[in-house]
Design a protein around this ligand. Structure first.
Ligand SMILES: NC(=O)c1ccc[n+]([C@@H]2O[C@H](COP(=O)([O-])OP(=O)(O)OC[C@H]3O[C@@H](n4cnc5c(N)ncnc54)[C@H](OP(=O)(O)O)[C@@H]3O)[C@@H](O)[C@H]2O)c1
Length: 307
């Protein structure tokens, strides 16, 4: 029987479990996808840990989990023309991706997977890819910029930082010491996050000034931006909303769609960008996969696979 990971109570990852379900059927205009890999995102654990956060995301119990998937088109609903049987695809569905099968609207968030892209990377790209692209593009970053990217080794940050590097900008990224060599390999100047961040950035950049900020972590980055005199209309945060944002922009994943996803998938397939896979778990060990993600120190993505 096909497997589907769900939770029936809020509180912790311990309520996640694998259930067996009848194979779903695609309705008119829908695809049935046989899932190969499903990447995890912080929004998944925010939903199962916190009922109020879940309500804001439209989650009700029992709920599936997982947004991003890659796999093969197993069946076509009536009237589907954009995809063919057996085609490899990647995309995003709300809270249902960690499963053997997902049903996706043909006009939803789903695109062809380039052959050269692994299922693990493809199945991890949806949320972080659209978010990184939307955030990067929101500030019109280019070669005259010096860009601060926070959490630059995380899922969104690692892509946002590389997009900024590709634009010709000088990029400085926050990470723990363990990720500094890795960031340097991407052309990013690493700097440790935490108390004294603005001072360390000044030291690392000599006379250069930060002109734009892509924040993927929160208020501490915005505070550093204020201290460094970066105008708030050149700060985009995907995590800090409300007064703590001090007028920074809040452009997130919803501002990008399939075109951006395809573009990123091609760049990854051509090795123009890197999306590191931190760890891979079989679907039966989804709880362990979330235990790896939740402390917030992964490099790139944690992925669950079905085979
Ligand atoms: N608005 C949107 O559309 C949107 C979309 C996607 C994600 N988000 C949100 O954006 C955030 C990042 O998402 P993600 O998927 O990139 O998360 P992630 O992959 O879990 O981020 C992990 C990274 O965070 C870094 N980190 C940990 N503590 C830090 C600190 N105090 N300061 C700076 N960096 C720190 C870690 O670096 P070290 O390992 O070196 O410690 C690690 O590389 C999450 O809150 C997520 O919910 C928003």
């Amino acid at each position: 029987m096909p497997r589907f990971v769900q939770f029936d109570e809020f509180g912790s990852r311990d309520y996640l479990h694998v259930v067996e379900r009848e194979r779903p059927w695609p309705g008119p205009g829908q695809l049935l996808v046989r899932v190969m890999a499903a990447g995890l995102n912080p929004m998944d654990y925010k939903a199962y840990r916190d009922e109020a956060a879940a309500a804001r995301m439209g989650v009700t119990l029992p709920s599936g989990i997982g947004q991003d998937f890659s796999g093969f088109v197993e069946e076509l609903g009536e009237g589907v023309t954009r995809f063919e049987l057996g085609q490899a695809v990647l995309g995003t569905v709300p809270f249902a991706a960690i499963a053997d099968f997902v049903v996706v609207p043909e006009d939803g968030q789903v695109v062809a997977k380039p052959d050269a892209l692994t299922f693990e990377a493809a199945g991890s790209l949806g949320v972080v890819g659209r978010t990184a692209m939307a955030s990067f593009r929101s500030l019109g970053i280019g070669e005259h910029d010096t860009v601060l990217v926070s959490a630059a080794a995380g899922g969104v940050g690692v892509l946002a930082a590389q997009l900024a590097v590709r634009s010709g900008a000088t990029v400085i990224g926050t990470a723990s010491e363990e990720n500094h060599e890795f960031l340097e390999s991407l052309g990013v100047i690493p700097v440790e996050y935490g108390h004294g961040l603005a001072e360390r950035i000044r030291d690392a950049l000599d006379d250069d000034r930060v002109t734009a900020v892509l924040d993927n972590h929160g208020a501490d980055t915005i505070e550093a931006a204020l201290e460094l005199g970066v105008p708030m209309d050149r700060v985009n945060s995907i995590t800090t909303f409300g007064p703590a944002a001090h007028g920074a922009r809040n452009v997130g994943g919803r501002a990008a769609g399939n075109a951006e996803l395809s573009e990123l998938a091609e760049l990854l397939a051509e090795n123009e960008l890197v999306l590191p896979i931190d760890s891979i778990y079989p679907i039966e060990r989804t709880v362990e996969a979330f235990a790896r993600l939740e402390p917030g120190h992964v490099r790139g993505k944690v992925v669950v696979v079905t085979d």
